[in-house]
Write a new protein. Sequence first.
Length: 399
Amino acid sequence: MAKYERKCKSWVASYIDYTRNHRAPAIFHVWGAFSCLSVATLRNLKMDFHYYSVYPNLFMVLVAPPGRCRKSAALEIGVDILRNLKPKVTVLAQKLTPEYLIGTLAEGGEVDDEGFRDLRGTGLIYADELGALLTKDAAKRDIYQCLCTLFDNPSSYIYGTRGRGKEEVQECSIALVGGTTPKWVKIGMPSDTVGEGFAARVIFVYQLNTDKAKGLPKYGENEAKLKASLVEDLEHIHHLKGNFMLSPAAEEAYNNLDEQHESLSYPEGMEEYGARRMMHLLKVAMLDSVGKRDELVVGVEEIAMADAHLKRVEEGLLSLYQLIFTTQKGDDRAFVKRKIAAEGGKVTRSNLMRVVGYRMDKRGLDIVIDTLLLTKEIKRVTAPGKRGRDVVVYVLAKE
């Protein structure tokens, strides 16, 4: 069989060229390209370190205020290209529960008219509105823990259900592409997933505005040819299988970056992401490499490029997490003050814990109280309790 001649010198660069007239920020399309490659290579490619393997699957979410950056349209461009892959990729776009997710991955998809079946154990979670897919109720259904486990590509995953008993998925690998708003990241995700667990596995690409010119997009013969080339090359990449290697220079570059990374300190909320950053870097480097050539070798250029792409994302991620945590702390302070005011301007420690317990735990309340005392918005006094022992009372300061 003749060797396949690629149409795109770099799949990522060609995708960016293809989307250059679209209104979404350029960085949205960069990560749209990496996500397409991630889905096309699910479970087929990896970097084997013997103790563990790294697969190039990504969880990627575009974040922007409503209506500003064309999140949904940017995502659909990539998903439209992915729909051409054969074997077909299982696409999950409904409200997720562990039962639905595991059941779908275990069964695989339907055979289409040409005899192609979705690959079992692998799939794409597609949510142009992530809040509609992962609702607050999802936290009660263990979906976040399920996603965390599947992100790590286990060789086997068993999930027990009441109605169907135990279901097993083998050779698991999933990718996720989604879009959402800063508000949903702040209040829609369970608090214990922000900055850790699920959220630390996600590449959040945050933009306030687009860097593209306004007006209707232009789509002509050149764009049509680019799309055809992207589809054809991605179909070829979809069939590649094997283990990536790092070139000696790439291994040295990675180790140098890892050593530098060890000395960095991340701000509140980003610590867990920081712990996973170098793993994200390897994934992106593999995807950049396979987008250029069939030889499964990551070079120093791909390591440097992956580092640069992550640094660009981290600029926005820092702003997003500052917004989340700064606003959340301010909201919590106002919330506690309102509860004290509702109790007549003063309340015992035990009663305050009772009325705020549905929103924060003891440690969270301690942090807020310490801040309010420091800013002199409340004061702490003692008063006789019912059993003759003094109790702590918090009193609102006069405005």
